[in-house]
Each structure stands twice: as structure tokens, then as C-alpha cells.
Design a protein around this ligand. Structure first.
Ligand SMILES: NC(=O)c1ccc[n+]([C@@H]2O[C@H](COP(=O)([O-])OP(=O)(O)OC[C@H]3O[C@@H](n4cnc5c(N)ncnc54)[C@H](O)[C@@H]3O)[C@@H](O)[C@H]2O)c1
Length: 331
């Protein structure tokens, strides 16, 4: 099998610590070009992976290279036209979550991807955890009455942009999107959302993300999901993902699932869910079968709509936001 000629846009922290080590080892992949606006990251990652074709601008990369696939690992605010150019050239697209920060742009990209018929995937790696997979099997056909999800953490962030709401979307969008996406995968679509926000009393140019956002999503099937993200901790964090369905309690962690306190999935070996998501993406390209991936772009954009709608509600005194309105539609 010829390996798929793959370009990477954004070779920062995630690329360094997670994605490039995996992509470099995948038998389906040949890393042929890197693009980054940071000269330093481009040089270091290019040298580390022996990739000589390096670009500061993705337009130049697309013009100079013949690619089968592109992996986009740039921050949420930085999305412009890379996905659209790729789609126009028949280049398959993997993009990290959140796929962008506006529904208008998500719709534009989704249309380009759909018209081109390329394979797409958004980086919702949590869907590839064993605990999530077993929970989805066990919840199939059951009605979720209530979900209770929280993530309590601090703002000692990885990247400067993460701490500034207009660049990252804030923690509810940048990170809690993983949990909201998993909820959609397990419990079905949301009808709407109402949310509240606690802003920090002393916002600055370097740190203005909210201290807390708490949202109540109404599930189309009738239940409720409470999702809270708090970025006010100074020390250890905590996360929990509880689902009540058909009178049973499902308790999901990164590595295990219990139902009514009985352990039904235990991923002691901790499956590498990043590797699984990339393998699915490249296998889907090779076979031409989008259904091999768990998060095509249109589906990922629906999770984006849910978190953006929650923040919109929070910024409007908790006003009910109907996710079936055209403003939140993906296509
Ligand atoms: N799936 C996960 O578990 C997970 C975890 C953390 C971060 N992420 C996501 O991964 C993405 C990258 O996060 P990160 O922590 O690596 O950020 P980072 O800031 O460390 O790296 C981003 C890189 O993109 C480059 N960049 C910015 N704008 C660019 C542009 N227009 N063209 C080319 N390069 C550009 C930056 O110079 C930087 O090298 C974000 O979307 C983030 O939300 C996902």
C-alpha cells in the first residue's frame, strides 16, 4: 500500500506530545510537509521528524505539495480557509476540536467538505475510549433521564491563547466540548440549552476566561443533562460523568465504566485513543468509507453548536436557546 502523503498545519504542543509521535509510526501515513507560523516550532518539529518541506503559510504548502491528507492542529481562533482549500483539492481533512469558534465558519467548511466528498474527522478522541465504547453499546435503545457532568480545574494552561476567551472560546468551548460531544454520542441530540456564567472579578488581557459556566441541556428524547466547567481551582482538579438511564447509574471515567457500581469495562492498559482516532481516519481514506470514523466534520460541528449555544445563553442571562433554530444548524 502506498502511504498517504500527509501535511500537518500547526506543530505546537499537541503535535509534539501526542499527534506526531503517532502519525510518524502509523503504517498508513507519510509525513511530507509541516506548516506553522512559529519559526521555532517549524524548525524543531521539522528536524525531529526529518520533514524538509516547511511552510509558514498553508497557502504556500497547498500550492507546492501534492497531499492526500492534511491534519490541522492550530488553536481554535486561527481557523481561516485551510479546510476549504483542502476540500477544493480533494485533500482529506482531520481537524482538532473545537473545529472553529463560529457556526458561520463551521457551516462554510462543512459545505465545502460535503461538496468535495472528502473524508473528514474532528479530534474527539474520547469517543475511542473503551469506557465510552461500552457505554454506547449498553445505552443503545435506552432513554437517558439525567446526565450530570462536571470538570473542575484551574487556569494554569498549556498555551497563552487558552486563557483568553476570544481566542479559545473559554474552557466550556475548548475543553468541555469533549464531554458535550460524548454526551451527544451516548444520549442523542439536544433540543436546547440554558446556562449561567460566573466571570472572574479581575479579568486582564492575559486571563479573562470565566471562572465557571453551568449549563442545562434538554435532550431531544426528553431527559436533562447538567454540564458544569469551573476554572477556579488552584490545586487538584476533578471530573465526573454520570448518566441515569432506565433506572440504572452509569459512571464513566477515562478508563472504566460502572453500571450500578458494577465494573463493566476496565481499560487497565489505557488504549491509546489518539492512535485509534488517527487509524480510523486514515483507514476511512484508504477504503473510501466515512463511516469508519466516529466524528465526521458535520457531527463535530453539532457539538460545537451545543457549546457555543451554551455560552450564548450564559451571556444572555440564561435565556433558553433552541438548538433547532437556523442559527445553530450545521447544514
Ligand atoms: N484532543 C485533545 O485532547 C486536545 C488536547 C489539547 C489541545 N487540543 C487542541 O489542539 C489544538 C492545538 O493545541 P496546542 O495545545 O497544540 O496549541 P499550541 O499553541 O501549542 O500549538 C498550536 C500551533 O499552531 C501554530 N499556529 C497558530 N496559527 C497558525 C496558522 N494560522 N497557521 C499555521 N500554524 C499556526 C502555532 O504557532 C503553534 O505552533 C487546539 O485546537 C486545541 O484545542 C486538543
Amino acid at each position: 500500500m502506498d502511504r498517504l502523503r500527509t501535511g500537518v498545519i500547526g506543530v505546537g504542543k499537541m503535535a509534539e506530545i501526542r499527534h506526531l509521535p503517532i502519525l510518524a509510526e502509523l503504517p498508513q501515513v507519510e509525513l511530507v510537509a509541516f506548516c506553522d507560523t512559529s519559526e521555532e516550532n517549524l524548525a524543531v518539529r521539522g528536524d525531529d521528524y526529518g520533514v524538509a518541506a516547511r511552510y509558514a503559510d498553508h497557502h504556500e504548502m497547498f500550492d507546492a505539495e501534492t497531499l492526500d491528507a492534511v491534519c490541522i492542529f492550530i488553536p481554535p481562533y486561527a481557523h481561516t480557509d485551510a479546510e476549504i482549500i483542502a476540500a477544493g483539492r480533494g485533500i482529506h481533512v482531520f481537524v482538532e476540536k473545537p473545529p472553529t469558534l463560529s457556526m458561520e465558519q463551521a457551516r462554510e467548511i462543512n459545505t465545502a467538505i460535503a461538496e468535495a466528498g472528502i473524508i473528514s474527522q474532528v479530534g474527539f478522541n474520547s469517543r475511542y475510549r473503551l469506557s465510552a465504547e461500552v457505554a454506547r453499546e449498553r445505552l443503545a435503545g435506552r432513554i437517558v433521564t439525567q446526565a450530570l457532568v462536571h470538570r473542575l480545574h484551574g487556569s494554569g494552561a498549556l498555551a497563552w491563547w487558552w486563557k483568553i476567551e476570544r481566542f479559545s472560546g473559554g474552557p466550556f468551548v475548548e475543553n468541555t466540548i469533549h464531554y458535550v460531544d460524548l454526551l451527544r454520542w451516548l444520549a442523542g441530540e439536544f433540543a436546547g440549552v440554558s446556562a449561567r456564567v460566573v466571570d472572574r472579578p479581575d479579568p486582564s488581557e492575559e486571563l479573562d476566561i470565566p471562572l465557571s459556566i453551568s449549563a442545562t441541556f434538554a435532550l431531544e428524547a426528553g431527559g436533562l443533562a447538567n454540564v458544569t466547567t469551573c476554572a477556579a481551582l488552584e490545586r487538584a482538579g476533578h471530573a465526573q460523568f454520570l448518566v441515569v438511564a432506565d433506572g440504572s447509574l452509569y459512571d464513566l471515567s477515562d478508563s472504566s465504566l460502572t453500571i450500578d457500581r458494577a465494573r463493566v469495562a476496565d481499560d487497565g492498559e489505557r488504549r491509546n485513543c489518539y492512535e485509534a482516532q488517527f487509524a480510523a481516519f486514515f483507514d476511512a481514506i484508504i477504503s473510501g468509507d466515512q463511516s469508519l470514523t466516529r466524528s465526521p466534520y458535520d457531527d463535530g460541528a453539532r457539538s460545537l453548536a451545543a457549546v457555543l449555544a451554551a455560552v450564548h445563553s450564559a451571556r444572555n442571562d440564561g435565556a433558553w436557546v433552541d438548538l433547532r433554530d437556523a442559527a445553530w444548524a450545521v447544514d
